[in-house]
Design a protein around this ligand. Structure first.
Ligand code: MTE
Ligand code: MO
Length: 384
């Protein structure tokens, strides 16, 4: 079958869908190391994992509104300056299952681990586009190109067995500070098949859906990509929109993700035999390069809060005036609290633009169950 050549995966992944393969690690794995090991990095697919057998014959074509279309081999891409960018990738469907519990949504269920933090190695898209005559910081080409479309070699049902695709604005693609990569390495190793071998796009600070895996071609377009995942999915709708009155054309494709955090050291329900100290740790991240300003932890459902400590390198406390902080990468937070009796523990993060996570899922509920960034709550039960 089309799924007969899937790679082997770590047995501890929680499988949300087998074909296509969608899986996330147990939440505790996310706070075990600052950089998420490849084995424990969530895998989000819309079709079978493509097989690229002959790397010598692999190439990426650059077409569309450019003067000189080009084919680039892996050798061409590797000959450009190599950058390593620490960036958190998050699926817009992260925490969908919890949103669905409030009111049913459509889509693969996800716990809180459809997110991971990796060091991506590759060429900057801005350098690649220079090879076809598009200078840095270009908003529009002479021939009217304003968007950069990424087309994969995979096949998915939503595209009628055509390839997965997405686009980003040309200005972001040609801005070297946006750090958009064509990545061939993940955590210092060759990118594996699940994550896009031999080459994928990484768009830092943006929902995972735009980071196209198994890149086949790049097209310079006048308008944004018209693919399913740009136009008929991954858009934000208010709670009043349902499947009878939805009009996809009224909304823009979701790009930057909002401020997010979750507690990973405790399950949704944790039983403690007796009162005592509890370590509360998890991740916090915001999109668009906005760093995390603060993470608050509450033991009374959000009436009072204590501030957690944050770090971006294992064991090294993160201070807010540290300009060397990785702006695309998550912070891990930690607080030790004294738990005298059964409590609800809550975490919420504040980003550098003072954006705060919403208190409840009710106010952000949407029919596709995307972007659940409501305060993350876990129950600690003391006693038997
Ligand atoms: N690229 C292709 N070609 N096909 C896909 O199904 N899924 C997207 C994106 N890129 C996808 C893709 C989505 S929705 C997400 S969240 C990320 O890849 C997941 O990347 P990962 O599997 O490496 O974690
Ligand atoms: Mo996603």
């Amino acid at each position: 079958s089309e799924y007969s050549r899937e790679p082997t995966r770590h047995p501890s992944l929680v499988i949300n869908s087998k074909q296509p393969f969608n899986a996330e690690p147990p939440r505790s794995a996310l706070v075990t190391s600052y950089v998420t090991p490849v084995d424990f990095f969530y895998k989000r697919n819309h079709g079978p994992i493509p097989v690229v057998d002959d790397i010598e014959r692999y190439s990426v074509s650059l077409n569309g509104l450019i003067e000189t279309p080009k084919e680039l081999t892996m050798r061409d891409i590797r000959s450009l300056p190599k950058y390593s960018v620490a960036a958190t990738l998050q699926c817009a469907g992260n925490r969908r299952t919890a949103m669905s519990k409030f009111k049913t949504v459509k889509g693969v269920g996800w716990g809180i681990s459809a997110i991971g933090n990796a060091v991506w190695g590759g060429a900057k898209l801005a350098d690649v586009l220079e090879l076809v005559g598009i200078p840095k910081f270009t908003a529009a080409t002479k021939s009217g190109g304003k968007h950069v479309e990424f087309v994969s070699i995979d096949k998915c049902k939503e595209e009628n067995e055509g390839p997965y695709k997405a686009s980003i604005p040309l200005f972001q693609a040609t801005n070297p500070d946006a750090d958009v990569l064509l990545a061939y390495e993940m955590n210092g190793e060759c990118l594996n098949r699940d994550h896009g071998y031999p080459l994928r796009v990484v768009v830092p600070g943006v929902i995972g859906a735009r980071s196209v895996k198994w890149l086949d071609s790049i097209n310079i377009l006048a308008n944004e990509c018209q693919g399913f995942f740009m136009q008929k999915d991954y858009k934000m709708f208010p709670p009043s929109v349902n499947w009878d009155n939805i009009d996809w054309s009224t909304r823009r494709p979701q790009m930057d993700f909002p401020v997010q955090s979750a507690i990973c050291s405790l399950e949704d329900l944790t039983i403690m035999k007796q009162p005592g100290k509890v370590r509360v740790s998890g991740y916090a991240v915001s999109g668009g390069g906005r760093g995390i300003e603060r993470v608050d932890v509450s033991m009374d459902g959000g009436k009072t809060w204590v501030e957690a400590t944050r770090y971006q390198k294992p064991g090294i406390s993160y201070v807010s005036d540290d300009t060397n902080s990785d702006k695309w990468a998550w912070v891990l937070f930690e607080a030790t609290v004294d738990v005298p009796h059964s409590v609800e523990i809550v975490a919420k993060a504040v980003d550098s633009a003072a954006n705060v996570q919403p208190e409840s899922v009710q106010e952000i509920w949407n029919l596709r169950g995307v972007l659940n960034t409501s305060w993350h709550r876990v129950q600690l039960h003391v006693g038997h």
